[in-house]
Design a protein around this ligand. Structure first.
Ligand code: ARG
Ligand code: ZN
Length: 415
């Protein structure tokens, strides 16, 4: 027993962190059907990490295709691209340098900071302290545990009331490597608490409504990006019969599940899971929203990157019943966001604005009856991609606040 334990600890201590020396991120610009075929064939023959879109299945002409290429395949990729005549550029010359370059903000490495990418341990202690220091505006509730047993703590912001208030639900960190997303949820909570009473809109919002914030949806995956592999996307669930780990939580919701833009291969980064809500994190969130659907008026989910504000549908090309209203609100929110630093967002339904992809939380919430259902894809448009430097956390969060507050104000006006 003792020996096993010691070996276990040694194994943990030796768990190697994946390094990315010599790897590059390419942006391919297919303009011919042949180019698309070249990309798909390449994806069949070597391991490619699709950053945008999320799999080769979603590749089409006239779109930017951002892929991470392992060092040993660079020669092959260069030769293939040159032969195909496809235009391309290198977004990141050296991925490890970009990983190392993210942490360009100062504060002491171990303390929680709103302008750094915090670890789950830091976020967890932040959750504990922020919810005890602001008792009249914030409470917390564990909606279940992750696959690896971490508590999914949901924060509820809003002035205490004796009756159930209408609410907005927002989650961050569905995908593990999109680090700017949990940073935004933390920023939102701080801003809400610190501007209640001084900012008229925030005061009115939290007087009339509650805002539920899930700071990190896919905690196991997020932790794994800190300890093992910065490029991890999925959950960390295991199943006998395959050595591949995890499913894509944003393909695992019960909305046209696994019909389009998702993979049934457990090794794929867009694996839809073994059944809808097979991922416990998805089940926990879906159960909470189902239980509270009478009060939840808006569902916001925060991803990166691409600078998009998407709404249903992604599992179908059909327009949502409230298409024009959803578009109008998205355009207003994007304009508000842009007013601060000029950052441009594109808004529209997922399927036509990026690509069809079924099983997403936005479509699921919408079909459940949550009309104002939006997916944010935060900064940037590919200069750094998932490796957005910490110096951009503050401006990104500030501008995103304007968009979220715009949507919240609209929802509040139309209760
Ligand atoms: N990048 C996100 C994803 O692929 C976009 C989500 C849009 N919504 C959707 N239901 N596919 O997960
Ligand atoms: Zn995502």
């Amino acid at each position: 027993m003792r020996i096993l334990l010691v070996f276990g600890l040694v194994a943990v201590a030796l768990a190697e962190i994946t390094r990315f020396e010599g790897e590059k991120v390419f942006r391919l610009q297919p303009v011919l059907d042949e180019h698309v075929t070249v990309i798909k064939n390449l994806a069949q023959s070597i391991e490619l990490d699709f950053w945008s879109p999320e799999s080769e299945k979603q590749v089409g002409i006239d779109m930017d295709v951002d892929i991470r290429v392992h060092a040993q395949y660079l020669d092959l990729v260069y030769t293939t691209l040159e032969q195909s005549g496809m235009e391309y550029e290198i977004l990141l010359e050296d991925l490890q340098a970009a990983v190392d370059g993210q942490a360009d903000n100062k504060p002491s490495p171990r303390a929680h900071s709103y302008t750094k990418y915090n670890t789950w341990a830091q976020i967890q202690s932040w959750i504990a302290s922020i919810s005890t220091s602001n008792k009249d505006l914030i409470s917390k509730e564990v909606i279940g545990n992750t696959y690896e047993g971490r508590p999914m703590t949901l924060l509820k912001l809003g002035r205490k009331s004796s009756f159930a208030k209408p609410a907005i639900f927002m989650d961050c960190g569905i995908h593990a490597r999109e680090w700017i997303s949990p940073a935004f949820c933390q920023w939102f909570v701080k801003e809400a608490l610190s501007t209640f009473g001084s900012n008229a809109q925030m005061t009115s919002l939290l007087n009339q409504m509650d805002v539920y914030v899930l700071p990190v949806f896919n905690i196991d995956g997020y932790e794994y990006t800190h300890t093992n592999n910065r490029m991890w996307r999925k959950t960390r669930s295991r199943k006998s019969g395959t050595s591949c780990v995890g499913a894509d939580p944003n393909r695992n919701f019960d909305a046209g599940w696994c019909t389009l833009g998702a993979s049934s291969n457990p090794c794929s980064d867009t694996f839809c899971g073994y059944s809808p809500e097979s991922e416990i994190e998805v089940k926990n969130v879906a159960n909470f929203i189902r239980r509270n659907k009478a009060v939840i008026k808006a569902y916001l989910t925060v991803h990166s990157y691409s600078q998009l504000l998407l709404f249903p549908y992604s599992y179908s090309y059909n327009l949502a019943a409230h298409h024009s209203e959803l578009l109008k609100v998205a355009e207003g929110a994007s304009a508000a966001l842009r007013s601060l630093y000029g950052t441009r967002y594109t808004s529209g339904p997922g399927a036509t604005t990026i690509y069809p992809a079924a099983g997403g939380s936005d479509d699921w919430a919408y079909d459940l009856g949550v009309k104002y259902s939006y997916t944010f894809e935060l900064r940037d448009t590919g200069r750094y991609g998932f490796l957005l430097p910490e110096s951009q956390i503050k401006p990104t969060c500030e501008e995103t606040m304007l968009a979220v507050k715009y949507i919240a104000a609209y929802v509040q006006k139309n209760l």
